[in-house]
Write a protein that binds this ligand. Structure first.
Ligand code: FES
Ligand SMILES: [Fe+2]
Length: 362
């Protein structure tokens, strides 16, 4: 297929940005940003840069200079000097508020500013707010205590899909057994929606191997918390070994067809695992915890690889024909509507970004 078959933003083929749900989206791991000082990326269809000053204050901004439009990314020659982003073209300097604070040989124009995005930092990850209609943040991501939690591990994927498809898994408990081979899968309570927060809980059992060696059957309780369609935070309690874990499923559109999917995971240190062989008791707690973090990420990555072809080739069904066990799917669909504020009349229409009858596969 060629890219002309890619899903357009909406029926009238409006600006591509219209396809993206409003919300908070991942930009970078803070450790990586601090190490690199300045990064550039394509994020929700636009070029952005992110940098931090010497105090660790971060800025996420559009990547184009207010002077004569040079790209400010490191690939073009942008750099950070004394906390300011310096344009490679004529040397205009921007502080972390986006304000131009110096230009070589003359006073900076007071109206020279970069368009900046609101940011939030959660568990060492940087997020920025995106709105298709230019609204300020409509909700905040909940802060998470880091004391008593291990380091965050990551797995990254890029696929052709839309964040809504991936977020829908939060309520699609049915597919866990059929596609992923979980068993004794069942929802716990009803899906609850409170503004931008959707909560869905379920239990299941699954099999896997720690460090490729120890066969494990895990018995898991999961509570999924969506805060928009780009940020899914899952509390996991694995009861066989007694592991408490946090998972994030972070989806960030690159453009109208491609989406970055980042899995992140952290554990409470495995001080006293219930089962000796699975807890790898001869290892130090830190190493044991890292191994088990990798085990959980491996399991999640395996699930994602099973989900990938579905997500990439799925088409949007505005009126799905559901069975009795699918009841909560429509709760999710109604929840999603708030994230397309430019489409106020969409009560009976499909969300933008997908047209029924079209594949998302380019
Ligand atoms: S274009 Fe950036 S300083 Fe001139
Ligand atoms: Fe899945």
């Amino acid at each position: 297929m060629n890219s002309s078959n890619a899903t357009p933003a909406r029926d009238d083929d409006a600006a591509p940005a219209g396809a993206f749900p409003e919300g908070w989206y991942f930009v970078s791991a803070l450790a990586s940003l601090r190490r690199q000082r300045l990064i550039e990326k394509v994020w929700l269809g636009q070029e952005i840069v992110a940098w931090c000053d010497d105090e660790g204050t971060v800025c996420v901004a559009e990547a184009y200079c207010a002077h004569l439009g040079s790209h400010l990314g490191p690939g073009v020659g942008g750099r950070v000097r004394q906390g300011c982003l310096v344009c490679p073209f004529h040397g205009f300097e921007y502080d972390v508020t986006g304000q131009c604070v110096a230009t070589p040989g003359a006073a900076p124009p007071t109206n020279a500013r970069l368009k900046v995005f609101e940011t939030q930092e959660i568990a060492g990850m940087l997020f920025a707010w995106w709105s298709p209609v230019g609204r300020s943040p409509q909700w905040r991501l909940p802060e998470l205590e880091q004391d008593g939690w291990g380091g965050v591990g990551f797995r990254a994927f890029r696929l052709r899909s839309h964040p809504e498809y991936m977020a829908e898994n939060a309520v699609d408990v049915n597919h866990l057994s059929h596609l992923h081979g979980y068993h004794e899968t069942h929802p716990v309570g009803r899906v609850a929606v409170d503004g931008a927060h959707l909560r869905s809980a379920f239990d299941f059992k699954r099999r896997g191997r720690v460090a490729g060696l120890w066969a494990v059957e895990t018995s898991v309780s999961a509570v999924v918390n969506l805060y928009g369609l780009g940020y899914s935070f899952v509390n996991i309690h694995e009861r066989t070994i007694d592991v408490h874990a946090r998972f994030w499923v972070l989806t960030t559109p690159v453009d109208v067809t491609r989406t970055d999917l980042l899995l992140a995971c952290q554990l409470r240190p495995l001080a006293r695992p219930k089962r000796a062989v699975l807890g790898l008791r001869f290892l130090p707690v830190g190493l044991r915890t890292r191994l088990y973090t990798q085990f959980l990420l491996n399991g999640q990555a395996r699930d994602v690889r099973q989900d990938l072809p579905i997500w990439s080739h799925r088409r949007y069904t505005p009126r799905p024909k559901l069975n009795r066990l699918d009841g909560e799917i429509m709760v999710f669909r109604r929840y999603c509507r708030q994230f397309y504020p430019g489409d106020a009349d969409t009560a009976a229409r499909e969300p933008p970004g997908r047209q029924s009858g079209r594949s998302v596969m380019a």
